[in-house]
Write a protein that binds this ligand. Sequence first.
Ligand code: HEM
Length: 73
Amino acid sequence: MQKLLENRQDIELLVNTFYQKVLADERIGYMFSHIQGSHWQKHLEKMYRFWESNIFDLDSYQGNPMLQHIRVC
Ligand code: HEM
């Protein structure tokens, strides 16, 4: 059943579920293999902030996704 994103808890569930699928994906999962231990939790927390900033118009993420992706490509 689909559910509207209403709060931070919903964002965390979405991001966690999404990354479980990403890590299991044979085409892109390996691109995240450099992220280990506490770095992984930091990455997830960054992604929560990214999405809550965009969806709820907050200011909790101040990063540069484009630069980060240029680095990993
Ligand atoms: C196949 C597609 C994608 C791949 C393989 C990918 C991969 C990555 C990787 C490897 C990182 C760095 C993680 C780290 O070392 O901490 C990253 C960061 C990030 N990605 Fe992606 N990404 C993809 C698509 C997207 C899309 C579509 C979005 C948003 C619409 C997105 C948003 C971000 C953000 C916000 C960060 C954090 C940037 C920062 O450090 O501030 N990514 N991604």
